[in-house]
Design a protein around this ligand. Structure first.
Ligand code: C2E
Ligand code: MG
Ligand code: MG
Length: 745
């Protein structure tokens, strides 16, 4: 069945057109005699176009009109005969005709009416034409048919209304539409697709055939399938159709990751909205780039936040660092409301020993644990910072109970810490400073906390102290003492005095203890003051060596007179841990020509506290060459008789605090009895220190104490005054023993 755009009679055909010759088929001319001639003599160019757009046959007028030979045209795509911008026109017409044929409807005049187009001749010249079409179905007799279109082309160049400028505008518009990167879709007010450009089809991947079917629903389905939010798309379309004059702009996200920008504006003809133009722009690349930039910015922001956090964190403990503490303190002090600010500065006691004895790993573990405990003692917002080493600081802002926090912190370390299987009992000294009536700046506040912390250390460690102005003087004095001591050591101002030690058994002076003396500005600085300062600063190593060297040098003649005589020298734990102490001692005795068997080293029990193998080895190796070791000040501190066994010690020196308990000599003091008895039981000799009265001496001698030392016999004397001191001491012990002393009456 043929349905024609000119309303012509239906034409039937029973077989395919003759493709090879391109001439009007016999069937057509044969069925109705004279039709072939009619076709050939038609003034209009007639073309049979197959469904795929190829030309099946043409008449003579077509050859003439387009300037091609019939053989050239047959088999070619019909679009070669259409000017740019009009090449899809015939396709659309073809589709509309077919649709009408199928539905048997009359069709919409507008759809199947002849189309205005521009044809192109073989020489490239263009001409205005009108194309009318009709469907031509060839069947196989079984009801299956192939549709072709007969197109009648009429040159309308002669028409007066021919408007070149209109044509030019059309061509320009068409060229513009096809060259833009945007996909453009025009939909009529009735919702039918009125036009698209190729870019639209490419962007959406819509097959041309699908569009040609005019099945807008199928096209819509195809479109929606690709979107992430199809409902939103439909909603927008509906909203715009409800408001034909509206414009819109939005973004479409595709399932495959692409992103389109969608613009929509009404299509108007003389102020009347006749449809809607949709334009789509693929902004995937821009969006990807934008997303990348956004992500990179977010990454950068995160990284910088992380770096910032790290810059204010202490790497080991995770606490705040000095920088953050300083910042917080500065801003708290700058608060115009005069907020209460307390700084709690604390330092672990004897932390160096943990590092030295157990290694740095254990030291680190200890610091981490202390950090954890500190945090548990304060409010979540309080700053706890590690300033470095074993020094921590807590900043309390508007705290009502800084003292209570300090107590909690000191107490928190009472629970032992287990590190690598070793139980440690850390302790700390803490100083508090707060802003009072007098405004102080951050560094002054910190300095005051530091001064208080040192006062806590000086007062015996493991405690907290609040800053008091007097502490500043103590600090100045202490610094001054250390500086003066350094000078004294460098300029050889450290002298040595000697105190005789008498033997209760032989009634003679058998030993002399060397004691360091520092005369500063004509006054004697007590060793109890400068020895701790020397230990803190490490100067004790030089002082100790000096005392040993001088003692050996000055006492050599006295020692040489009797091999049973000996020289006792005090040795600090610092010296024992410093380098090869045994080697140093032997080098000194050798250089002075003193027999090591005439040397006694006095150490306090604290040097054995840490089970320091190095210290024990040093003493043991010295004992193998005859050097003896005395345990000084026994009974003070953490002394324990039980620990004596196994220590590399020869003599026990009972501290003068026990001796001073003897007042009349008639009292019962079982402790002295036990000490002397136990020491003898362990094979040690016993010396009593600080013997000032005959009663004390008599009491001790009755207990079988081996040697006595004290002002009763002689105080410490310089070498120049030693001879008379030795004589005095000898006379005193002889008198006690009831011996006849030469020269005494
Ligand atoms: P120490 O080793 O126990 O020395 C004995 C101290 O008791 C000396 O005090 C001595 O003067 C004092 N003393 C002696 N007899 C009596 C007495 O009858 N009554 C009283 N009240 N005191 C008496 P000094 O010289 O003041 O020394 C104090 C401490 O300083 C020494 O105690 C020792 O631990 C330390 N020291 C002194 N010289 C040195 C040294 O060269 N190296 C080291 N590491 N420490 C030293
Ligand atoms: Mg001593
Ligand atoms: Mg002593």
């Amino acid at each position: 069945m043929v349905s024609g755009s000119h309303g012509g009679s239906p034409v039937t055909a029973s077989s395919c057109p003759e493709e090879a010759s391109g001439a009007v088929p016999e069937e057509v001319s044969g069925a109705v005699p004279g039709y072939g001639d009619l076709v050939e003599s038609s003034p209009d160019a007639l073309l049979v176009v197959a469904e795929d757009g190829s030309i099946r046959m043409v008449n003579t007028a077509a050859e003439r009109m387009f300037g091609y030979a019939r053989a050239e045209l047959v088999g070619s795509d019909h679009r070669i005969l259409l000017a740019e911008g009009f090449r899809n026109g015939l396709e659309r017409l073809f589709f509309n005709l077919r649709r009408d044929a199928h539905t048997d409807a009359d069709g919409d005049e507008a759809d199947t009416a002849p189309v205005e187009a521009y044809g192109v001749r073989r020489d490239g010249t263009e001409f205005q034409a009108e194309v009318a079409g009709a469907i031509f179905v060839t069947g196989d007799g079984a009801g299956n048919g192939t549709a072709s279109m007969i197109a009648a082309v009429r040159d309308t160049s002669h028409r007066p209304e021919n408007d070149d400028s209109l044509r030019e505008a059309m061509s320009l518009l068409s060229a513009t539409l096809e060259s833009t990167a945007d996909g453009i879709l025009v939909v009529s007010s009735e919702g039918e697709i009125a036009g698209v450009n190729n870019q639209f089809l490419t962007m959406w991947g819509i097959p041309r055939e699908m569009l040609a079917t005019g099945d807008d629903e199928a096209v819509m389905g195809f479109v929606l399938d690709q979107l992430r939010e199809p409902a939103q798309f439909v909603e927008k379309v509906e909203a715009l159709y409800a408001d034909p004059a509206a414009e819109s702009h939005d973004i479409l996200e595709f399932r495959d990751g692409r992103t389109f920008e969608r613009y929509s504006r009404p299509q108007k003809v003389a102020d009347q909205v006749v449809g809607r133009v949709w334009s789509f722009r693929d902004v995937t690349a821009a969006k990807v780039a934008q997303d990348r930039i956004t992500r990179a910015m977010a990454d950068l922001a995160a990284q910088s936040a992380q770096l910032k956090a790290l810059a204010f964190r202490d790497g080991l403990t995770g606490l705040s660092n000095r920088q953050l503490f300083n910042d917080r303190l500065a801003s708290a002090l700058a608060d115009p409301r005069g907020t209460a600010v307390d700084v709690l500065l604390l330092d672990l006691d004897d932390f160096k020993e943990v590092n030295d004895i157990l290694g740095h790993h254990a030291g680190d573990q200890m610091l981490i644990e202390v950090g954890r405990r500190l945090r548990a003692c304060v409010r979540p917002d309080d700053v706890v910072a590690r300033l470095g080493g074993d020094e921590f600081v807590v900043l309390l802002i508007e705290s009502l109970e800084p003292e209570a926090v300090a107590v909690r912190i000191v107490d928190s370390l009472r629970v032992p810490v287990w590190i690598d299987g070793t139980m440690l009992r850390p302790s700390l000294s803490l100083g508090i400073a707060s802003i009072g009536e007098a405004a102080v700046d951050a560094s002054e506040l910190l300095r005051r906390a530091d001064v208080a912390m040192y006062a806590a250390k000086a007062a015996g460690k493991n405690r907290y102290m609040r800053f008091r102005p007097e502490m500043l003087k103590a600090l100045v004095d202490r610094n001054d003492l250390e500086a003066g001591l350094r000078l004294a050591v460098d300029s050889g101002q450290i002298a040595v005095h000697y105190q005789p030690i008498v033997s209760a058994g032989s009634g003679t002076v058998t030993k002399v203890e060397a004691l360091a003396r520092w005369v500063r500005d004509d006054a004697l600085v007590p060793p109890k003051q400068f020895i701790p300062a020397a230990e803190r600063s490490g100067l004790i190593v030089e002082i100790g060596t000096e005392v040993l060297l001088r003692g050996c040098t000055e006492l050599k003649p006295w020692l040489e007179e009797d091999s049973s005589r000996s020289l006792a020298v005090n040795v600090s734990g610092v010296q024992l841990q410093h380098g090869d102490f045994a080697e140093l001692v032997l080098a000194v005795t050798e250089s002075c020509g003193v027999d090591p068997r005439q040397l006694v080293l006095e150490v306090t029990e604290s040097v054995f506290f840490e089970d320091d193998c190095h210290v024990i080895q040093q003493l043991m190796s010295l004992r193998t060459v005859g050097v003896r070791v005395a345990l000084d000040d026994f009974g003070t501190g953490f002394s324990s008789l039980g620990r004596l066994q196994g220590l590399p010690v020869d003599t026990l020196k009972i501290d003068q605090s026990f001796v001073s308990m003897i007042k009349t000599g008639t009292e019962r003091l079982p402790i002295l009895n036990a000490m002397i008895g136990m020491a003898h039981g362990l094979g040690l000799t016993v010396t009593a220190e600080g013997v000032e009265t005959s009663a004390q001496a008599g009491y001790l001698m009755k207990l079988d104490c081996d040697a006595l030392q004290g002002f009763l016999f002689s105080g410490p004397q310089p070498e120049a005054a030693l001879k008379p001191a030795l004589d005095r001491a000898a006379r005193a012990i002889a008198a006690l023993r009831g011996d006849r002393v030469p020269g005494n009456r």
